[in-house]
Design a protein around this ligand. Structure first.
Ligand SMILES: Cc1cc2nc3c(=O)[nH]c(=O)nc-3n(C[C@H](O)[C@H](O)[C@H](O)COP(=O)(O)O)c2cc1C
Length: 159
């Protein structure tokens, strides 16, 4: 199996999750974990699995992953199995009525990533996942790295 985990990260938390996912996928074959800035569209079509993640900012992806997905042609990953993830803050931790309302309305990056991946031919194998940070710059909540590795294990079971 050939898998690629693509991520972007401002403060390093999403990178840590991407690496934990990569570690979880490794038993199944050849796995690369790369920042989106280092990925070329030509690397994508011969993959068996593409996992794509971004930090959530302003209820969506940050600029680089968003641009990357937007610029890919319509069938760039036709038939490739995909899984989307993000990092995010929990509404309980932010504890703001307005934030809870806005997050309920506009959501998080992972759902938008899945939509973007589907629009270029990707086939989701698992529901989008959000991994939690404790504040705007992190760190990750305890147990999230382990949860990310377990999520990757669940992806493998579904391939
Ligand atoms: C400008 C800004 C906007 C943010 N907006 C959101 C948001 O809408 N929803 C959310 O859950 N977290 C939000 N966060 C928290 C980010 O999700 C957090 O910075 C990210 O998970 C950290 O990942 P990274 O270390 O890989 O950059 C925001 C953070 C910043 C700095």
């Amino acid at each position: 199996m050939k898998a690629l985990v693509i991520y972007d990260s401002v403060y390093g938390n999403t990178e840590k999750i991407a690496r934990a996912i990569g570690a979880g996928l490794e038993p199944a074959g050849e796995v690369q974990v790369l920042p989106v800035a280092e990925v070329h569209a030509g690397q994508l079509p011969d993959l068996d699995l593409l996992v794509f993640g971004s930090p959530t900012q302003a209820f969506g992806m940050i600029a680089r992953p968003k641009e990357f997905l937007k610029n890919l042609p319509a069938n760039a990953i036709k038939g490739v199995k995909v899984a989307a993830f993000d990092t995010r803050m929990s509404v309980q931790d932010v504890d703001s009525k307005i934030y809870t309302f806005m997050a309920g309305l506009f959501g998080y990056a992972a759902e938008k990533i899945e939509k973007g991946l589907k629009s270029i031919g990707g086939v989701p194998v698992i529901a989008p996942a959000g991994f939690l940070v404790t504040g705007r710059e992190g760190p990750l909540k305890q147990g999230e790295l382990e949860r990310a590795t377990a999520w990757a294990g669940e992806i493998l079971r579904r391939l």
